[in-house]
Design a protein around this ligand. Structure first.
Ligand code: CUA
Length: 177
């Protein structure tokens, strides 16, 4: 089972548990209760939750951060520096090889743009925000050769729809086309 599948199953379990709690509260909401004992129990429960979070949640968070994939720097990546502006993309290279990671360093000179990479069937394969004053890093490994379109994914003004360019992915060992 992948980490993603496990996360999904755990999320569903948590959603079910929360739903059950809300239903129980709703069904018992009519009964009148003496306030003090309820409050004592709630405070005890709160303390248990707090220490549970400290003793279980904190180590789990640290452990999971260790395997977070997002920050993993690819080794020997092909680097493409991309700058968005109203209304065009400026790429310092438009040919990359498939099967090897490509690191896109994406920024903008004016407003926020969206750097969206689409394959030949029009499927979005990767995207990142292009923001003025920041360089966002997107790493993607293309597994199919072809011409990929880069379209702006963030409405950025009059000619937003016209803000597109292309990148060519060549088969490993093949000639550039
Ligand atoms: Cu740039 Cu929309």
């Amino acid at each position: 089972m992948t980490v993603q599948t496990l996360s999904l199953l755990l999320s569903f379990a948590a959603i079910l548990a929360l739903t059950a709690i809300f239903l129980r509260v709703r069904l018992r909401a009519g009964a009148a209760k003496d306030y003090a004992p309820v409050q004592r129990r709630a405070y005890r429960f709160r303390a248990i939750l707090f220490w549970g979070m400290v003793l279980v949640g904190l180590p789990a968070t640290v452990w999971l951060l260790r395997i977070t994939p997002y920050a993993a720097a690819p080794t020997g990546a092909q680097v493409v520096n991309a700058t968005g502006a109203q209304w065009f993309w400026d790429l310092d290279r438009t040919d990359v090889a498939m099967g090897e990671p490509v690191e896109f360093n994406v920024t903008s000179t004016d407003v926020n743009h969206g750097f969206g990479i689409y394959d030949e069937t029009g499927r979005l394969v990767a995207q990142v925000q292009a923001m003025p004053g920041y360089v966002n890093h997107l790493t993607h490994t293309f597994d199919t050769p072809g011409t990929y379109q880069i379209l702006c994914l963030e409405y950025c003004g009059l000619a937003h729809h016209d803000m597109m360019t292309e990148i060519t992915v060549t088969a490993a060992g093949g000639t550039n086309g």
